[in-house]
Design a protein around this ligand. Sequence first.
Ligand SMILES: NC(=O)C1=CN([C@@H]2O[C@H](COP(=O)(O)OP(=O)(O)OC[C@H]3O[C@@H](n4cnc5c(N)ncnc54)[C@H](O)[C@@H]3O)[C@@H](O)[C@H]2O)C=CC1
Ligand SMILES: O=C(O)[C@@H](O)C(=O)[C@H](O)[C@@H](O)CO
Length: 322
Amino acid sequence: MDSNAKVAIIGAGLMGHGLALVHAIAGHAVKMTDISESQLATGMELIGSALDTLVAGGSVAKPETAAILARITPVGTLAEAVADADFIVEAVVENREVKTEVYAELESAAPATAIIASNTSYLDAFPLAPASLQSRFIITHWYTPPYIIDLVDIAGGPETDPKYLAAVRDHYAAIGKKPVLFERFVPGYVANRLQAAMTLEITRLLDEGYADAEAIDTSIKYGLALRMATMGALMKADFTGLDMSRRALANKMYIPPEVKGKSETLEKLIADGKQGVMNGSGYFDYGSMKPEELFHNRDVGLLKLKAAVEKVEEEQPLRPQG
Ligand SMILES: NC(=O)C1=CN([C@@H]2O[C@H](COP(=O)(O)OP(=O)(O)OC[C@H]3O[C@@H](n4cnc5c(N)ncnc54)[C@H](O)[C@@H]3O)[C@@H](O)[C@H]2O)C=CC1
Ligand SMILES: O=C(O)[C@@H](O)C(=O)[C@H](O)[C@@H](O)CO
């Protein structure tokens, strides 16, 4: 696969519009569709504001934006989106029935040579796709916002032809992303599994009154995250010394929480009308700051952090170079 491949994005929601932008920035001609006309229009607006943010953060040059936008065409139907596609990205709601319907439609509408990729967060999407798609059906899972976060989880199913996995991995690496190709599909891949485990522990700490939101996020931002940004978890263990890891495991002091499927703290916040950034408060209070300003600041901040981490990796290497 290369940047001449024509891309179709199915679903223009939070992820779909971002994925359309990622591929257009990489030079692909992109067709994006959604079952909801209004979501398709919103997706196109969000692409415009995301591009402005990338320009403000120095990741895209202003003169390039017109050409990037011109590469993205919103279309009204799935059939139109995929008619001449080489690579199809499914980013519809995380619902088995909806995804099954989309794959059934792709069986008749997609070219017989197109690679089909699902952006599912946790579902085992392979059993949902018809037999005729299995050899070219893959997972490419991105993180939000995908035009800033470079990690892409790539996995095949039992019948996926490995050549498609390698082609997509190599292309994403060539356009500056960080693909991780899994030997075997595991729901949630690495990062989402770790995120889920952390969320479970955070829920326990909050619900049982051990720590509040401020204490938890301070611990993550100023403790874990800064080290993880340059070392990950396993290199950090090397720095700590592996004997320490062995002792920590042997002590068996950490007992994972019971999986309850809900959190009292979260239920109370939602009952009090707190939905997060979009309505001004969630675990934290955002006062008079508007969602647009918050998203802009988050994204420009992430771009600056990413540039700083890249510089540190270059200037203070932690492994032999070359
Ligand atoms: N929200 C997130 O942070 C992330 C989500 N994902 C995954 O990406 C996928 C999409 O998630 P979001 O973008 O967050 O959802 P979303 O709800 O923002 O967008 C989904 C879009 O799919 C559209 N849709 C529903 N049925 C359709 C159909 N038959 N044909 C075309 N469009 C259809 C909806 O109208 C909606 O606009 C899910 O599988 C999710 O698990 C993956 C990474 C991050
Ligand atoms: O965190 C993300 O951006 C993603 O990895 C996801 O797949 C989902 O949003 C996930 O966090 C839902 O639990």
